[in-house]
Design a binder for this molecule. Structure first.
Ligand SMILES: [Zn+2]
Length: 379
């Protein structure tokens, strides 16, 4: 992975290059930001750059032995740590036990959709975590000298999934590391990273990708320009979302109908109907359900904007616009933020493998209360 393979994030690339070029690399950095914007790709490009023996034009060469090993995911001084499942038979509880699945993940989709990781782990209802055994392994590896490079690099994917006991065992290492050790943490949710770890890293917050960047990326993936432009506008800066939208035109009609029906049932407080509708949503499967919840959040935002009469900012299909004429007045400053929070909490619970029927009906009940909330009086 080279810097030139990464879409956007120019300022952060420059900052990382400068650190490597001047030899002033902190012991631990954290790249944080929403999912699907290329954080892990950037972390890998930086690691390859640090190790490259023939950097030029601000990038790694892609051809030296170290680069070739990085690209084949087998550089002996590059270590990956990621959430796994704890299994007793055969005993598996650390990242290296899952290296085959991990290589498959990086090869199939280096934008690191965490739901793909759950699928590869065959996680069922279990929640992957970074367990304490990982800290023992990591401490042992860190104590060894680097094989060939100046730095041993540890890329920790999703440090927010680290158990407190793991973090406790790693603190000393992150605080007073061996001189040749570099930690790169890649977080989708830096607010949930344990504060003891968070405070010991130098942070880089990556912004969502722009509509132009996403459009170009989709076109490069052989998606026609019209679809690419629409999907890019709806993707909230994430290439994972943009791909989902671009490849799911058909879903949009279904999502739109279901969203309208759920909102109508919530407003009328028809609980039996609401239950049927939320059950229908929960039967979509985890990945489509997450897309549906992203859609619900978008419609809420669009209707709020519509209610503010800022129609020029609106991104809706003609059918959605028609529904909005009557629906938008119910979305206002007294409930829009809370509605968005509920959609995002439901999406998080689904991602964490909670029971979809319960999550969706619970969401439905929140919607009943919120949709009838009164506008806040002007301050
Ligand atoms: Zn190289």
């Amino acid at each position: 992975m080279r810097f030139s393979d990464i879409i956007g994030h120019h300022e952060i690339k420059d900052a990382l290059r400068r650190m490597a070029d001047t030899g002033r690399i902190p012991h631990a950095i954290m790249l944080s930001g929403p999912a699907g914007i290329g954080k892990t790709r950037l972390a890998r490009a930086f690691a390859q750059y640090v190790h490259c023996s023939n950097r030029h034009d601000g990038d790694s060469c892609g051809r030296c032995p170290s680069c070739i090993q990085h690209q084949a995911l087998n550089n002996p001084d590059m270590h990956y740590i990621y959430p796994v499942l704890r299994q007793s038979n055969p005993k598996r509880s650390v990242s290296t036990d899952y290296i085959e699945e991990w290589r498959k993940m990086l090869t199939e989709d280096s934008y690191m959709d965490s739901s793909l990781w759950l699928t590869l782990l065959d996680a069922g209802n279990s929640q992957p975590a970074i367990y304490v055994d990982e800290a023992d392994d990591l401490n042992a590896t860190a104590a060894l000298s680097a094989f060939r490079e100046d730095y041993k690099i540890f890329l920790i994917w999703l440090p927010e999934r680290m158990r407190p006991e793991t973090a406790n065992k790693l603190l000393k290492l992150i605080e007073e590391p061996f001189g040749d050790t570099l930690f790169i943490l890649v977080s989708n949710d830096s607010g949930s990273v344990l504060p003891t770890i968070f405070s010991r890293t130098q942070r880089f917050n990556l912004r969502p990708l722009t509509v132009t960047e996403l459009t170009e990326a989709l076109i490069a993936e052989s998606i026609d320009r019209n679809t690419a432009e629409t999907a890019a506008q709806l993707a909230e800066g994430s290439l994972i979302n943009a791909r989902t939208v671009a490849k799911a035109d058909n879903d949009m009609v279904e999502f739109s109908d279901l969203f309208k029906s759920i909102m109508r049932a919530a407003y009328a407080r028809k609980l039996v109907m609401l239950r049927q509708l939320t059950d229908k949503a929960s039967a979509m499967g985890r990945e489509r359900l997450r897309s549906f919840l992203t859609y619900c959040a978008r419609m809420t935002r669009e209707n709020f904007i519509c209610n503010l009469h800022q129609n020029s900012l609106n991104l809706m299909t003609p059918g959605e616009r028609e529904f909005s004429i009557r629906f938008a007045p119910f979305i206002h400053e007294g409930n829009a933020p809370q509605l968005l929070t509920q959609f995002s909490l439901a999406a998080r619970d689904i991602e964490r493998n909670a029971n979809a029927k319960i999550v969706m009906f619970d969401l439905g009940l929140h919607l009943c209360a919120l949709i009838r909330a009164t506008k806040r009086p002007p301050a």
